[in-house]
Ligand binder design. Structure first.
Ligand SMILES: [Zn+2]
Length: 447
């Protein structure tokens, strides 16, 4: 069911990442699509002697239209997050598809892509259908899903990729785990390439990961006496998988890049014409291992870990240069009971959907490093391209997936107010600039 009401957003700055324009004006939504505003249907003649317009005046906006005065605010296409853990099925105490997608809508996301590391994992067409159906039922955001690269995410046997694609999976990944066997990975990438579907890669050498590392291996981990995860664990797999992408022609997307060297590897491969993209998370843009408080795994334990200040600087540069063209949250809710097991035993992950706009805008745009339009494209145009979806825009005729953003007023993060069930965030109490204040998501996935 589409929202029967029409909506008139007035006096906003309209940010269209596809057209590359930022203009003050109104946006009118009717029947779930963007339509010409009443003002543009009565154009002011630009020529001194215009031909008289003999057409009957078009109907004005409907009397039941909701009118939003958006002076001082920005309107943009709803954002896309290609990396979200919704925990359903099997982890409903941490998050459900309904609570996670509600958090997404609150955070400014019209579309999210679920990761398949649920219990059981998403490695059958029935489970792909289940996630899509739960998302539709919840009705908060458009929920898309990835499916496993290998059966059970065990890394041994390639999953039935053709069936999973037919069921609607938008990408393949074993996120949370890495396919260790080169031949299995090559075979999976070959089949994904034939299907024209990207592989999203959690690049972390499992042998190194399984040594019990809980944070970045470096001076800080040694000072704290916490076992480290070396940068080499990521670099080794990024190197291997770029080589396999080159060999198979598969579109490879490196998830949550954490190391400076990975940015350089991706940049060089892109220069050679390899189909590789990279993503950065807001937490890797804002924090580094110096920030790690060993008493707070709920805030500072995630995988890949917060690395050195030098790595953080290179990740930021990588985003600014466009090497890491996609921003994504890696939203990973866990119950506080789980997170209270101490830094070594607590699970990896932090939530990010309701802080992503503020954290990334503060790190990249408010700091004067990146212009607003390029920041917006990293949350819209580039993720859409990765998913092979139409470029998000505010053009007439587009589905009304529209977010209202306040990009000027500082606000303080209060995790207790999240719609996500997860409270595990390093951003709690931080002052950020950039926030979604309203979301109109009336696109056809609701029908
Ligand atoms: Zn991951």
């Amino acid at each position: 069911m589409q929202d029967p009401k029409s909506i008139l957003i007035r006096n906003a700055t309209l940010l269209d990442p596809n057209a590359g324009t930022a203009v003050k004006g109104d946006l009118y939504i009717e029947g779930g699509v963007i339509v010409p505003t009443p003002a543009t249907r009565h154009p002011t003649p630009a020529t001194p002697h215009p031909t008289p317009d003999t057409r009957p005046p078009p109907p004005d906006r409907r009397p039941d239209a909701r009118v939003i005065d958006a002076a001082g605010l920005y309107v943009a296409p709803g954002l896309i997050d290609v990396h979200v853990h919704l925990r359903e099925p099997g982890g409903e105490q941490a998050e459900t598809i309904a609570t996670g997608s509600a958090a997404a809508a609150r955070g400014g996301f019209a579309t999210i892509v679920a990761m398949p590391n649920t219990r059981p994992p998403i490695d059958t067409s029935e489970r792909v259908a289940f996630v899509l159906e739960q998302g539709r039922k919840a009705g908060h955001a458009e929920v898309l899903t990835t499916a496993c690269l290998t059966r059970g995410r065990a890394g041994e046997e390639v999953a039935p990729l053709e069936e999973l694609a037919a069921a609607g999976a938008v990408a393949f990944t074993d996120d949370g785990a890495t396919v260790q066997d080169d031949d299995v990975m090559r075979d999976a990438m070959r089949r994904a390439a034939a299907l024209g579907i990207p592989v999203m890669d959690h690049a972390q050498d499992r042998a190194m990961e399984l040594r019990g590392g809980a944070m970045h291996e470096g001076a800080r981990s040694r000072a704290l006496g916490i076992p480290g995860i070396p940068s080499e664990a990521e670099i080794r797999i990024v190197t291997r998988d770029i080589r396999l992408a080159e060999e198979t022609g598969c579109a490879l997307h490196i998830q949550h890049v954490s190391c400076a060297a990975s940015v350089d590897l991706i940049r060089d491969a892109q220069a050679r014409g390899v189909r590789v993209t990279g993503e950065a998370t807001p937490h890797h843009l804002l924090f580094c291992d110096d920030d790690v408080d060993p008493a707070r795994p709920d805030r500072f334990k995630m995988n890949p870990p917060l690395r050195s200040a030098r790595d953080r600087a290179r990740i930021r540069e990588g985003v600014i240069e466009g090497v890491l063209s996609v921003l994504a949250t890696d939203h990973a809710p866990h119950s506080m009971t789980e997170k209270a097991r101490g830094f070594l035993k607590a699970p990896f992950g932090i939530v990010g959907l309701e802080t992503a706009v503020g954290a990334s805008y503060t790190a990249l745009v408010r700091s004067g490093r990146m212009d607003r339009m390029r920041w917006l494209r990293a949350w819209t145009t580039h993720p859409a391209r990765l998913l092979k979806r139409p470029a998000p825009s505010l053009a007439v005729g587009q589905p009304a997936q529209v977010v209202l953003l306040d990009l000027d007023t500082p606000w303080t993060v209060d995790a207790a107010s999240f719609r996500s069930l997860g409270r595990n965030t390093p951003f709690d109490g931080m002052e950020l600039v950039g926030r979604a204040v309203d979301m109109m998501n009336l696109c056809p996935w609701r029908t």
